[in-house]
Design a binder for this molecule. Structure first.
Ligand code: ADP
Ligand code: 5GP
Length: 223
């Protein structure tokens, strides 16, 4: 006789707001993409930006590319949860998809800078898990920006010049990962997500589970 399959116990929990920041070129988008591919419980918060689209980017997938005027309209009507000016362009997180995901207990990933991370940490402290990605060296950061080959020399220079000031914010994050070996960095992120999902204060369904657990009378006859 085949054993009856045991269904896994599902305990309702709050969604995570996984915030990842780094200086440009340290590898946060690569790590974020891997995570989204491997973990179907997480969806990406697609930001709005006034930056020109890169060749490899798709409207609505990587960003919503909008004009400065449209950005100001959204910012002023409070439809952005946070926003910032980064490397001379404006970026912001649309509020509605985040509120929807959080209401349904779904996890969301935010690829945003330290200014955005600060704003989310202030507004939604209990739900935010923040991770800062560092490059192994400034030389490697520079060569990754060149290897990516998506930005002009001038844009790369601006980003490198800004990187030291961005790195200064590493202490404001819950976790810090040095992205030397990509697989090792990715393994670390997966471990963080796994552990954060298990935190007691996120698992509101645990209350009902334990209440039922201690009320259960074991069937002593069947021993
Ligand atoms: P960011 O999103 O932080 O600006 P990207 O994810 O676009 O950075 O990565 C910048 C470049 O570095 C890309 O070409 C990417 O393939 C490469 N890269 C990312 N992580 C590593 C790593 N651990 N080792 C070598 N190259 C990497
Ligand atoms: P990039 O132009 O390379 O896509 O992004 C430049 C920087 O802007 C990165 O540090 C990225 O994380 C940040 N960024 C992207 N979207 C947002 C956003 O919605 N809000 C904030 N604050 N930063 C963002």
């Amino acid at each position: 006789m085949k054993p009856t399959p045991v269904s896994p116990i599902q305990i309702a929990r709050r969604g995570l707001m996984l915030v990842i920041s780094s200086p440009s070129g340290a590898g946060k988008s690569t790590i974020a993409r891997n995570l989204l591919d491997q973990d179907k419980q997480i969806s990406l918060s697609v930001s709005v930006t006034t930056r020109p689209r890169r060749q490899s980017e798709i409207e609505g997938v990587h960003y919503h590319f909008i004009s400065q005027r449209e950005f100001e309209r959204r910012r002023d009507s409070d439809s952005l949860l946070e926003w910032a000016q980064v490397h001379g362009n404006f970026y912001g997180t649309p509020r509605e998809p985040v509120e929807e995901a959080m209401g349904e207990g779904r996890d969301m990933l935010f690829d945003i800078d330290w200014q955005g991370a600060q704003q989310l940490q202030e507004k939604m402290k209990a739900d935010v898990v923040s991770i800062f990605i560092l490059p192994p060296s400034m030389t490697e950061l520079q060569s990754r920006l060149h290897r990516r080959a998506e930005d002009t020399e001038e844009v790369i220079r601006t980003r490198l010049a800004n990187s030291r000031a961005e790195i200064e914010h590493w202490r404001e994050y819950d976790y810090v990962i040095v992205n030397d070996d990509l697989q090792a960095a990715f393994d670390s992120i997966q471990s963080i997500v796994k552990a954060e999902r298990l935190r007691r204060d996120r698992r509101h369904g645990m209350f009902d589970f334990v209440t039922k657990l201690v009320e259960e009378e074991p069937d002593l006859q069947s021993l």
